[in-house]
Design a binder for this molecule. Structure first.
Ligand code: GLN
Length: 201
C-alpha cells in the first residue's frame, strides 16, 4: 500500500549535526518524525534523512552505536536522503579512509570548495523541483562536498553554473551537497517525501 504524508514516519539520524532543522521542516509539513540514535529507532520508519555535520564524527558515532549494518539494511529497503556530511556518508568512494555507509554509486570530494569560501549561498536550477516553472532553489553550502562522479543507476539532479554536480538520485536514494534544512524553502523535503510515498506503491 502507498504511504501518504499523513501516515508516513520519517527518521532523522540524530548523532551529530543539523538534525533538529530537518525535523522541524518535516513537522511543519505534517509528517511524523523520529530522531534515530539506536538501531531500534529504525523500526517502522518509511524513510531516513542523514543530516549535515561532520561526516567523520557521524561515521564514528554510528560505529560506536552499532548502527552501520542496521543503517545499510535500512537503506537497501527504504529511501534515504543525505545532506552534505550525509552525502559523504552515503557515498561508495571518497578517496580517504573513514567509516562510510557506502551504499550509493557516487564518488565525492570532501571540502571541495576550499578554505576561502567556507560557506556561500547560490541559486540553483533544479528541474525536478520546478514542475515546469523556473524558481531557483536557494542552496546553502557549508564546507561542502561535491560529486566527482555519478555511476551506474545514479544520476545528477542539480549542477552549479560552472557544471559542478551537487545533487544526485539513485533509485530511492537522494544526496545534496547543500543544506535545504537551513532555508525556508521546503521543496527538497517535499521531493524526498514524494520519493518515500512512491517507493511504498
Ligand atoms: N565538511 C564536512 C564533512 O566533511 C561536511 C560539512 C557539512 O555537512 N556542512 O563532513
Amino acid at each position: 500500500m502507498a504511504v501518504t504524508w499523513e501516515t508516513m514516519k520519517i527518521g532523522v539520524l540524530a548523532l551529530q549535526g543539523a538534525f533538529i532543522e530537518h525535523s522541524e521542516i518535516l513537522r511543519r509539513l505534517g509528517v511524523e518524525t523520529v530522531e534515530v540514535r539506536l538501531p531500534a529507532d529504525l523500526d517502522g520508519l518509511d524513510g531516513l534523512i542523514i543530516p549535515g555535520g561532520e561526516s567523520t564524527t557521524i561515521g564514528k558515532l554510528a560505529e560506536i552505536y552499532d548502527l552501520m549494518d542496521p543503517l545499510r539494511d535500512f537503506a537497501a529497503a527504504k529511501p534515504v536522503w543525505g545532506t552534505c556530511a550525509g552525502m559523504i556518508f552515503m557515498a561508495k568512494e571518497i578517496g580517504v579512509d573513514q567509516p562510510l555507509l557506502g551504499v550509493m554509486d557516487i564518488a565525492v570530494e570532501r571540502n571541495a570548495f576550499g578554505r576561502q569560501v567556507d560557506s556561500f549561498e547560490t541559486p540553483l536550477e533544479v528541474a525536478v523541483l520546478n514542475n515546469g516553472t523556473v524558481r531557483p532553489f536557494p542552496a546553502i553550502f557549508i564546507r561542502a562536498p561535491r560529486l566527482l562522479a555519478v555511476k551506474g543507476q545514479a544520476e545528477v539532479i542539480a549542477r552549479m553554473e560552472d557544471g559542478t554536480a551537487v545533487a544526485a538520485r539513485e533509485g530511492h536514494w537522494l544526496v545534496t551537497a547543500f543544506h535545504p534544512e537551513l532555508t525556508n524553502d521546503d521543496r527538497f523535503h517535499q521531493y524526498f517525501l514524494n520519493v518515500v510515498s512512491n517507493s511504498g506503491l
